[in-house]
Design a protein around this ligand. Structure first.
Ligand code: GTP
Length: 304
């Protein structure tokens, strides 16, 4: 990898599936209710998003209208599917043309396996908010089975293998953050090394948990936990809440610097950390915040 590592990420799926909405919320500070106003993407929109300072995500948002899809598969095939690290394929859970959706997915996967066999595929079953809560899990599992079957048979036919991960998502809740954190986690180089350092740091400050958030998106990019927590959605909830808070601050021309939430059981301290990250430390409720804050300050240089 050179100093500025570029990661090519394809964002595909049928027209109206929600690709541009997701991208705008995660990377361009949109809020969910603004997404109604987004027009269809014509051909491909190239978004270069800087991430963690020296990483550029080159996001190809591929308009999903049928004529564009055909071009991707034919004349633009090699150009689009070469050198891809990640394909994000978005399925509209409420789509009425499931067979066609699956055929298009299969076409994309085939082109990907031929041009970038090492790429990872993330399938997002999107707009899950439209499915009633009691059916969500079942509906999601059914889609995953379909997608897995299609993926396996396509890979077999090409004597190849495909790595895929499926996530449910909706722009209306924190699942969006969970899905994108998984993607970004996969793209960030040296996560393990970073988490080892975080682990040592957690021992030093006696933290129960430490999270690192990427500054612009507030996605979790590294994490260590020293004890079991019961809420398995806490990371993406925090991402979602802090991102909203950050946006309301900026609408009033303010910027937030640090946040402290504490009660007798725990203290949660969010502070800007390196150039490109915020840190959140979860400690015992009695711990001195001044001490935590000072330790964070002195740890900074080891993480830059
Ligand atoms: P093309 O650009 O034509 O390929 O479409 P797209 O996939 O980029 O879809 P877009 O992001 O423009 O979203 C289409 C519509 O879906 C918009 O009106 C969004 O508000 C809506 N939408 C996006 N995500 C969600 C979601 O999670 N839930 C619900 N209910 N609606 C969503």
């Amino acid at each position: 990898d050179n100093a500025m590592s570029k990661r090519k990420v394809l964002l595909m799926g049928k027209s109206g599936a929600g690709k541009t909405s997701m991208r705008s919320i995660i990377f361009a500070n949109y809020i969910a209710r603004d997404c109604d106003r987004l027009g269809p993407t014509l051909e491909i929109e190239h978004a270069h998003v800087r991430f963690l300072g020296n990483m550029a995500l080159h996001l190809w948002d591929c308009g999903g209208q049928e004529t564009f899809m055909e071009n991707y598969m034919t004349s633009q095939r090699d150009q689009i599917f070469k050198n891809v690290q990640v394909l994000i394929y978005v399925f509209d859970v409420e789509s009425r043309e499931i067979d066609k959706d699956y055929r298009n997915y299969q076409g994309c996967l085939e082109a990907l396996l031929q041009n970038s066999p090492a790429a990872t595929v993330f399938c997002l079953i999107h707009k899950m908010d439209l499915v009633s809560e009691e059916n969500r899990n079942k509906v999601f599992q059914e889609k995953v089975e379909d997608i897995q079957r299609i993926t396996n048979s396509t890979a077999e036919r090409l004597h190849s293998s495909a790595t895929i991960e499926c996530h449910p998502s909706s722009i209306w809740d924190e699942t969006l953050y969970k899905a994108w954190s998984a993607i970004v986690y996969h793209l960030v180089p040296n996560v393990t090394a970073m988490e080892q350092k975080l682990n040592q740091f957690a021992d030093i400050i006696e933290a129960d948990e430490i999270l690192l958030f990427e500054k612009a998106t507030f996605l979790v990019v590294a994490q260590v936990s020293k004890k079991e927590f019961t809420d398995h959605h806490r990371f993406e909830k925090v991402s979602n809440i802090i991102k909203q808070f950050k946006l309301s601050c900026s609408r009033m021309g303010a910027q937030f610097d640090s946040i402290l939430v504490r009660n007798s059981e725990f203290s949660a301290f969010i502070d800007s950390f390196t150039n490109n990250t915020y840190i959140m430390s979860i400690c015992d409720g009695n711990i001195s915040t001044a001490a935590v804050s000072m330790n964070i300050k002195s740890a900074r240089k080891h993480f830059e």
